[in-house]
Design a protein. Structure first.
Ligand code: UT7
Length: 334
């Protein structure tokens, strides 16, 4: 019997209109465009404004676009997985809220939180559901409203993050142009360097936790940087070696957009040129779960059937991983 594989068959995306520039940030905290560009490589990021607006509002926009582009009816969707670190609420899952806002009524859904690796983990998970033969149309969303948990008085973290969402459709194929392999890893020892101190069950929210600003991202930049550089490169090189992918035969690296220096180090270790790397960190910053699908969304019309693509991520947990796929369609025909 022919093996059922899983392929990405469409991409939708959404970024909010409001642009927070380095110049505006420099008026909020003691920083400068020069420092942010040199140390991180971000020029501007998008911020979701509006009372009551949450991650699901961006996710729903991305899903609506995905359904329209792929001419898929909401009732055809079997499963929706949302990779997210900033859910609308602690419960229910943001995937369920997105499904409701997009009229997806015949699907089951859940959130997956693996820090900045959430989309990668969710895509690998979706591929297994499709390969099982039980599910035919699976949506994977990567969405985060990081501005909800960023402390805009902390210059060490506030330049890094932005808001955004993107989604892919995953469907069965018997073609070789499909999701081929994933390597996912984690090490909880890293949690001390990157977390949110309060608001969870270990430290429920109180007036004191609010006053201590413990509901914001806490990050020790240097250890996170060191881990990210080595793990993201290791796991990407491991994927190349495992599948005999040479620098010349790799069409695209889609790296998590956390820091331009981490992206450069990963590309160098893989022996590839900058022209082979999708980079939009300058305009969107680190959108956490949304970085990888936002790249696919922006580059879609350049992608060709059979392109060799490696996705790579690193995030809170620590979590990291890489996923190898052969692109399934000519992006300019969409
Ligand atoms: O996506 C999840 C995974 N996260 C990551 O991958 C992030 C990894 N870490 C990083 O990208 C970097 O560590 C940061 C961008 C967070 C920080 O860059 P860094 O080169 O590691 O800077 P640093 O924390 O070592 O700080 C260097 C100096 C310090 O001043 P002193 O002590 O040398 O006088 C900081 O106080 O830069 C200062 N500094 C700033 N100066 C101007 C820190 N933030 C700023 C700022 N503007 N925004």
């Amino acid at each position: 019997m022919t093996k059922i594989r899983a392929a990405i068959t469409g991409v939708g995306g959404y970024v909010p209109d409001y642009i927070l520039t380095n110049d505006e940030l420099s008026r909020m905290v003691d920083t400068s465009d020069e420092w942010i560009m040199t140390r991180i490589g971000i020029k501007e990021r998008r911020i979701l404004k509006g009372e009551g607006k949450g991650t699901s509002d961006m996710g729903a926009e991305a899903v609506k676009q995905l359904l329209a582009k792929t001419k898929t009816k909401p009732e055809e969707i079997d499963l929706i997985i949302c990779g997210v670190v900033t859910p609308d609420m602690v419960f229910p899952a943001t995937a369920n809220i997105i499904a409701d806002k997009t009229d997806i009524r015949n699907a089951f859904g859940f959130d997956l939180n693996a820090g900045c690796s959430s989309f990668l983990y969710a895509l690998a998970t979706a591929s297994k559901y499709v390969e099982s033969g039980s599910y035919k149309k699976v949506i994977v969303v990567g969405a985060d409203k990081m501005s909800a948990i960023v402390d805009y008085t902390d210059r060490a973290t506030c330049p890094i993050f932005g808001d955004g969402a993107a989604a892919v459709l995953v469907e069965p194929t018997t073609d070789e142009n499909c999701i081929i392999d994933s390597i996912l890893q984690s090490d909880g020892v890293g949690r001390i360097h990157l977390h949110q101190k309060a608001g969870g069950s270990a430290k429920p929210p109180t007036h004191e936790t609010i006053d201590a600003r413990e509901h914001y991202v806490y990050q020790e930049g240097q250890p996170v940087f060191k881990w990210a550089v080595s793990k993201m490169a290791d796991v990407s090189v491991e994927m190349m070696e495992k599948h005999h992918i040479t620098p010349e035969s790799l069409t695209w690296l889609v790296p998590h957009q956390a820091n331009m220096r981490i992206i450069d180090a990963t590309a160098n270790r893989m022996g590839i040129n900058k022209e082979q790397v999708m980079i939009n960190i300058q305009r969107f910053g680190n959108t956490t779960s949304a970085t990888l699908p936002l790249c696919l969304w922006e580059w879609e019309n350049k992608l060709r059937k059979g392109d060799n693509i490696i996705l790579a991520a690193f995030g809170a947990g620590f979590t990291w991983g890489s996923l190898y796929l052969k692109w399934a369609y000519d992006g300019d025909k969409i």
